[in-house]
Ligand binder design. Sequence first.
Ligand SMILES: C[S@@+](CC[C@H](N)C(=O)[O-])C[C@H]1O[C@@H](n2cnc3c(N)ncnc32)[C@H](O)[C@@H]1O
Length: 307
Amino acid sequence: MNNPEKEVNMAAPDQAQPLLDQTRSHYDEYPFIEGGSNRIDWWRDYLVEFLPDGLVRGSRMVDVGSSVGEISRGLIDRGAQMTCVDISLGSLRRCREINPEAEIFHASALELPFEDASFDHAISIGVLHHTPDCRRGFHEVARVTAAGGTVVIFLYNYWSLYNLVFQAFKPLRAIWPLEKVPKWMVRTMQPFARTHLGQTLDDGQLRRLLGDKLWTPQATFHSVAEIKRWGAEEGLEFLKLKRFYLGYANVMSFRKRGDAPAGGTGETRLRCVGCGGSALESGSEVHRCTACGREYPLEGGIVRVHA
Ligand SMILES: C[S@@+](CC[C@H](N)C(=O)[O-])C[C@H]1O[C@@H](n2cnc3c(N)ncnc32)[C@H](O)[C@@H]1O
């Protein structure tokens, strides 16, 4: 197990890019589960106590690591204007179908293509612990949130049985491809789906769930104290903690210090990830960096930041 006090939330620098690429391939092949209206409703209701209607309605929000966008869907239905970001293009193509109203970016949580304080509120549910640098992802989510905004973060719990299981399983994962896992083993995930989400999933979805839980290339685990400290370092005031399903994860919310912006923040303000933060000139088919000329094509309604 990693040690929460030692901040083992970062891959070695030479492993970061390969890990990012492996993670992208994993979720392209096995996007996170799609539970349909049941799951959309479950998350819509669950988030109300972190993000009440008064905050959500009419606000601009970013969902960092949206996958197919079921959580975003619930927020759009509650009146938010959503921007979805994920590293898996396959997941985002489905997100586009589920959320035609959303702005969608194929980008990394570790390098968000937005100016500081671009959004009223931000969520990142079950994502940053899959990146090569969870701490940096946390910084990025806080950075793009405006003063007065709420940040909701879901991260795996250091103090959980799941942490032990994940570490013990690592050697097996290296030699046993997910597609070779027999159906009976995949179906052991069904009670988890039933008791957690109150629904049954088909074998394909259960394999995606198992993939996320045990075959994902990267998962780090974090204590509440560690995440609270990150919040303090980023100028976030801690608001609320809820243990998630048998304590395998923590859901925490924070408020970014400072005065609340008056109303929405208008258009999404893009910034270049290539040359360290210059503004982008927006076009209907491509956005272009005004400084280095890097292009960000819009393909099938998705802005391609990550090549
Ligand atoms: C467990 S899923 C969670 C999806 C969604 N938030 C939900 O709860 O339904 C993790 C997601 O994180 C995405 N992801 C992993 N690393 C990422 C990164 N560096 N940047 C953006 N997304 C990433 C994966 O592609 C995947 O869609």
